[in-house]
Design a protein around this ligand. Sequence first.
Ligand SMILES: *Cc1c(COP(=O)(O)O)cnc(C)c1O
Length: 224
Amino acid sequence: MSIESQLSAVRRSLPEGVTLVAVSKTHPAEAIREAYDAGQRIFGESRPQELREKYEALPRDIEWHMIGHLQTNKVKYIAPFVALIHSVDSARLAEAIQKEAAKCGRVIDILLEIHVAREETKSGWAFDELEAWIATSPFAALPDVRVRGVMGIATNTDDEAVVRRDFEELRRCFERLKPHFGPAFDTLSMGMSHDYPLAVACGATMVRVGTLIFGERDYSAAQH
Ligand SMILES: *Cc1c(COP(=O)(O)O)cnc(C)c1O
């Protein structure tokens, strides 16, 4: 199946109002171009340098989303153009984004990544730590960082009940944080190739789908 037909199948499966991030990490610029020619404009990447290279090689009307773990010293690679950083998992990272955003003279949109999965390896805030931090009104000192919502990854399991519980927890976190922010807090990013229909059923407004569109990733062939 071609990228174009896979993409349109995923698109057709999404209700109106749910935004598709086509996750293109490890895939070459030509694959992204194929999806672009089929009308896709939002792409997700997980490595800052790779994201930067693709940004430079591809059309300027692409909206680039950073979805992977981001080190504070790498923010500078993407700060001038990134449309949304999904993976903000610490106060230090939010502060680093503020610094780079100010340097670029732009406001950077972010999501707060919350850890709900049972796997210890996954990143993200513990919700009570995040709530405690937000109670100190940290964003008053981060004027160039705009919080758009919440991102999360469900436990990687075939047990649908577990995945549903994770998505419902993310939804609750989203609802609980909402009153702290303005009307721009409208994004709940959850769901990947294997679980996005359930994420949508649980209230996702944004899904991040890679493999279903671009095929399996070959990390050994990746450049970074
Ligand atoms: C890679 C990745 C995805 C996409 O995963 P697929 O299973 O290929 O759809 C989504 N979200 C994050 C955070 C990722 O790192």
